[in-house]
Design a binder for this molecule. Structure first.
Ligand code: DGI
Ligand code: FE
Ligand code: FE
Length: 196
């Protein structure tokens, strides 16, 4: 699928603000892919980013049905519905448009939580979603700076900031969110608390 066609397909499913976020994530993701010499095509990077929030505004009962009736893990239903749009979106783009590239699917599926052993395209979309120029989170400057230097370390910062934010909200935290943090921490050489 061509990038321009993907944009046209996604647009009616999103609000204007969300569509503009999506375009900025795509631009940011392409820049990261170039910086970190992603081996796949730039078109794949753009498609993963353009579709990453595709399911964001699906009715909750429809997303619930996809989780119940597909291979998606049922424990998603025990967590906040914000966690559903990635996994459900990854299924919808296959069912509706025949996009079944595993790297694209995983980048969309895990873009909210991350997970252990993320691939390069997954990390690129995960990071681009957080640092795109329209975002304004506390600590974002530090992450944007690190994004120019070290993809894994920048993703680690995103993961750490997410958990920090969620704990301050006293929110429940999905296991993959922790798995991402632990895995990225190990890839960063760990911390003195990890060492005996
Ligand atoms: O869809 P976006 O707004 O572009 O961004 P996103 O998909 O990264 O995040 C959507 C929301 O999900 C965001 O407000 C933070 C939240 N979130 C991420 N991980 C967890 C989570 N919420 C809960 N309750 N638990 C998590 O593990
Ligand atoms: Fe999202
Ligand atoms: Fe997003």
């Amino acid at each position: 699928m061509k990038v321009e066609e993907a944009k046209k397909l996604v647009k009616p499913h999103l609000t204007t603000a969300r569509y503009e976020h999506t375009l900025r994530v795509a631009e940011t993701a392409v820049q990261l892919a170039q910086r970190y010499a992603y081996e796949g095509s730039i078109e794949k990077v753009a498609l993963a980013a353009i579709f990453h929030d595709y399911a964001k505004y699906r009715p909750l009962d429809e997303m619930k049905r996809w989780i119940t009736e597909s291979f998606l893990p049922k424990d998603l239903l025990d967590y906040h519905h914000e966690l559903w749009h990635g996994p459900v979106g990854s299924i919808l783009i296959d069912r509706e448009y025949g996009i079944n590239d595993p790297e694209i699917r995983e980048a969309i599926y895990y873009h909210t939580t991350g997970r252990a052993n993320m691939g390069k395209l997954e990390m690129i979309v995960f990071l681009a979603d957080y640092i795109e120029p329209g975002r304004n989170f506390p600590g974002l400057d530090e992450v944007r700076e690190m994004a120019q230097q070290d993809l894994v370390k920048a993703c680690w910062m995103v993961s750490r900031n997410n958990i920090d934010y969620l704990m301050k909200q006293e929110a429940t935290i999905y296991p993959d969110t922790f798995h991402a943090y632990n895995d990225l921490t190990r890839h960063n050489g760990g911390n003195t608390h990890d060492k005996k």
